[in-house]
Design a protein around this ligand. Structure first.
Ligand code: SAH
Length: 520
């Protein structure tokens, strides 16, 4: 086999990024846009020793699970890897991905995981779910100003009038901005020459408030024809915030450090409702669950600025957070850590049912937002720390031994630790300290099931038992899956019956290895 050879290939599996996988001539082939069950004529692209990449030349026999993608340019745009797979099969695939990772990487027994897994929570409507979109700006092939997406694995712009994952309002906003650029002769940024002004257009939409934010990322210190831009955008229904962000670096990073609001407020507001999670009876016999959850309680308001991290799928986020909260089994008396807390989204959600919540986050601006969000909701039982979870938590724990904990002592023995790390998962130092703090429950929210499996393996080798696993589809038509897990401590006795000992972590492990119980 050599590059550009044609061959017939049966697609028998789906890869980690949603690509099709088939075997031919002792080699494994990864094929973008091929769906499990397809029989295709493939063309070899890149070849390695035991595996290679191929492209679909022709679909000879389509898979029974293949659907006609709703987006006409889904193949060129790298965004939706599995739009050609029926939504039901997408959910099955994501659930299987979590299961496989837990078994292969986590070393868990497959039957055990199957018995712990609740049905994956899918979306009732799998399009138009994103509240945030970032469109690069450039010239299209016709020489006209184009807003769109980068083609898969490249920086060529494919003009997109309307992305089906985003809200419909985006189309009109982009149209008006392109017109403003044409009228005022404002050039798009050209990354090869470093010339031109407008790089990206960031749009956010508050699903519950219908508030709209527009932020132009520009390669300049100030925005030319600012008043004209305000004039073309400000009469759009829901327009709440218009700003520009300065990014003059030759970088792949979209946003620079400085954002200047030129009209309206520097933020939009959105609400996250606590939902009633389905009962076991409602789940019974289902392999996936796509119904809406009922509202259960008050909503929490969040202010979102252009630079804030905020979950992009607000409908699913309510279900995800409500599940994390239910797994935490709070009664109002508990002390809780929320590690990797971002703008305090989960912390504030938990604070409704806990005595005290401490949040830790690496981005200082996010912590400022978290404090502001606590304030606007009148929440007073949260405290936020800037820093790495793997430093803040161990430092806090070590302070106890030196008698510095004072009123914080109950946070040294929290009832629950919630973690929601980025894709790389938790640092081992962070996991070590969590184990040493020995909360009765750990709730792990994960956006990467491979690192989740690795971290669960560690926790379960150190006194925890996996109790529940549930996958959520936050990103329909892409290969990503979100997971929430509950772990419980098999060694820590009930709160009333232990006396805390001042042990440093090394002692903890020594004592534990000697088979003594360090917490009694
Ligand atoms: N729980 C939040 C944010 C989750 S995203 C929410 O649901 O909205 C993960 C967060 O972890 C990001 O805000 C990121 O800035 C932060 N982060 C990344 N590495 C970190 C580290 N080592 N310590 C603490 N926070 C970190």
């Amino acid at each position: 086999m050599k590059k550009n050879d044609f061959f017939e290939l049966e697609i028998t599996d789906i890869g980690a990024d949603g690509e099709g996988i088939g075997h031919y001539d002792g080699m494994t082939f990864f094929v973008k846009d091929a769906v499990i069950g397809d029989r295709i004529r493939a063309r070899a692209l890149k070849l390695k020793k035991n595996y290679g990449y191929a492209r679909v030349e022709e679909i000879l026999v389509p898979s029974p699970d293949r659907v006609t993608p709703q987006c006409p340019i889904h193949r060129q745009c790298g965004g939706c890897q599995i739009q050609a797979l029926s939504y039901e099969k997408q959910l099955e695939y994501k659930n299987r991905k979590v299961l496989n990772h837990l078994v292969r990487i986590g070393g868990f027994d497959e039957a055990l995981i199957r018995s712990l897994m609740l049905p994956i929570v899918g979306m009732k409507d799998s399009f138009r779910y994103r509240n945030k979109a970032q469109f690069p700006v450039g010239y299209g092939r016709d020489g006209e100003i184009a807003t769109g997406f980068y083609a898969a694995r490249s920086h060529a712009i494919i003009p997109v009038e309307d992305c089906l994952l985003g809200v419909k309002d985006n189309e009109e906003i982009l149209f008006r901005i392109r017109n403003w650029m044409r009228m005022c002769k404002i050039e798009p940024y050209d990354e090869t020459t470093g010339q031109g002004i407008v790089r990206h257009i960031l749009l956010r939409y508050g699903f519950t408030t219908k508030e709209i934010m527009v932020c132009l990322v520009i390669n300049a210190g100030k925005l030319p024809y600012q008043d004209e831009l305000i004039e073309v955008l400000s009469d759009i229904t829901g327009m709440t915030s218009i700003s520009f962000n300065i990014n003059r670096d030759n970088t792949n990073r979209i946003l620079g450090d400085t954002t200047i609001c030129i009209w309206g407020q520097p933020y939009i507001t959105d609400y996250i409702h606590l939902k009633q999670i389905p009962t076991d009876e409602q789940y019974a016999g289902q392999t996936f669950y796509c119904e809406d959850y009922q509202d259960a309680d008050n909503a929490i308001a969040y202010r979102i600025s252009p630079q804030s991290f905020y979950q992009v799928n607000p409908v699913q986020t309510e279900k995800l957070y409500s599940t994390a909260l239910a797994f935490a089994e709070l009664t109002g008396q508990e002390s809780v850590w929320d590690l990797y807390c971002g703008i305090g989204t989960i912390s504030l959600f938990l604070s409704q049912k806990a005595k005290l919540v401490y949040g830790v986050e690496i981005v200082p601006q996010a912590i400022e937002d978290a404090k502001m969000n606590a304030h606007i909701n009148g929440i007073t039982n949260t405290q936020f720390f800037v820093g790495k979870a793997e430093e803040v938590l161990p430092d806090f724990y070590a302070a106890k031994g030196k008698g510095k904990a004072g009123k914080d002592s109950e946070m040294l023995r929290p009832d629950v630790i919630v973690v929601d790390p980025p894709r790389k998962g938790c640092d081992e130092k962070c996991l070590q300290t969590m184990v040493a703090m020995a909360p009765p429950r750990i709730v792990y929210v994960s956006c990467d099931s491979a690192t989740l499996a690795r971290d669960l393996k560690y926790l379960c080798a150190n006194g925890y038992e996996l109790k529940k696993v549930q996958a959520f589809d936050q990103f329909a038509h892409t290969g990503h899956v979100e997971t929430v897990c509950l772990l419980s401590n098999t060694q820590r006795p009930k709160k009333e019956s232990y006396i805390t000992l001042d042990v440093e972590m090394e002692d903890y492990y020594r004592i534990k290895n000697e088979g003594k119980n360090s917490t009694t």
